[in-house]
Design a protein around this ligand. Sequence first.
Ligand code: C2O
Ligand code: CU
Length: 497
Amino acid sequence: ASLLACQALAGDDEWLSPVYKDFYQFPLPIPPVKTPKTSYVNKTTGDVIDYYEIEIKPFEQQVYPGLKKARLVGYDGMSPGPTFKLEKGRESVVRFINHGDKETSVHLHGSYSRAPFDGWAEDTTKVGQYKDYYYPNKQNARTLWYHDHAVHITAENAYFGQAGFYILHDAAEDSLNLPAGDYDVPLALASKQYNKDGTLFSPAGETDSLFGDVIHVNGQPWPYFKVEPRKYRLRFLDTSVSRAFKLYFEADGALGKKIPFDVIASDAGLMTKPVQSDNLEISMAERWEVIFDFTQYAGKNVTVRNNRDVQHDEDYNSTDKVMRFVVGKEVKSQQGNGNLPGSLRSVPFPPSKSGVDRSFKFHRSNGEWQVNGVTFADVKNRILAKPPRGQVEIWELENSSGGWSHPIHVHLVDFQILSRSGGKRPVLGYEKEALKDVVLLGEGETARVIARFAPWDGVYMFHCHNLIHEDHDMMAASNVTSLGDWGYPETTSFIDP
Ligand code: C2O
Ligand code: CU
């Protein structure tokens, strides 16, 4: 397609949702930082537990001027919910009070949350009830996110607003002096579809996918964000039900010319080193963080675009646009604006081994999305693995569902992607330097991942993070059982190698 065609706004017939005319006209919302209600100090150890309360409640959002407001249900009545920012080692208890209209379960994605605090799909909190979740926060600095995980209605609950950032900091990362404060920006992507009256189209009746044609960042369709001509840390998270992105940045006057940036962190925090790239593939639930340098673009716009070749779906021209950075002329602070360190962290990759310990096929049978022939509703058979606690295993994850892709998330572990074969995408350059908790299986792809299973005993889910697939019912569980000689939590050697 010609550059001009790419740049043209989509015509009416190219929309599922009402046509949205205001690209880059509204500012990027930054979710407020959540403050604890109170903190408890353990008098013997000096350890601190911060106590928070979040109310899940309805709110309205005017997405289309002149049409009806969309009714959403979010954490503290906003979406994304407020951002948690915690120092590693500072424990937290969060009371989630359900004043929404459906049952909920809260999963802190990326956390070593021990059952029953991991958001097990059937451990739901009914309307009018609350549940207190305990989070150890003992992992290295990373971008986590909290979102709904209620059985069979996760797509609805997350899409109607229940998702937010939870960011862990630690001293090692702080010492690198990366861009911080206003120069560290969380960006939650979401692709949605609206009804003709301006209300949000529900994923409830969908059984394949809901790709959506209205791209939101932090809840606002196609926002703009004012930046200074300097370096920024951008924390990308894809909260979409079904849409993966392949992002790139382009500047005014150089359309189609992809500007390189440095990828520095993944699902599990900092990578070994910065990896330069001019595009960023991000699928549902993945977190990728980049350092983008706006220095050369003072007084110009830098637009984040989406190259739509990343997945097979019905695509709309509107989905090639994401957001715009409006670059000012003045730099107010040089904090974190220096050269990036050549190495970021000694990433605790699992010790290498050979062979495959377990294989899982993600496929479609009888109109259901399944894992090795079972669905999550198949209560008797859904525990597909019993890894001894502390054991390093290689899992082979195979996409045998034809033309679909599946981002597979394994709860409670950070894994290394050893290989990805059978499709178009080998292990990507930045994936090689990272630990992950989601791996995208494109069409026909098989990935091998290695991880230590796991810090806690208990039953934990693994599933496709296309939320329609997850709900219908491509989710199974592993039962981590104790070897009896491993010793967590007496030693933190696994949590903090
Ligand atoms: Cu982000 Cu089991 O999910
Ligand atoms: Cu899937």
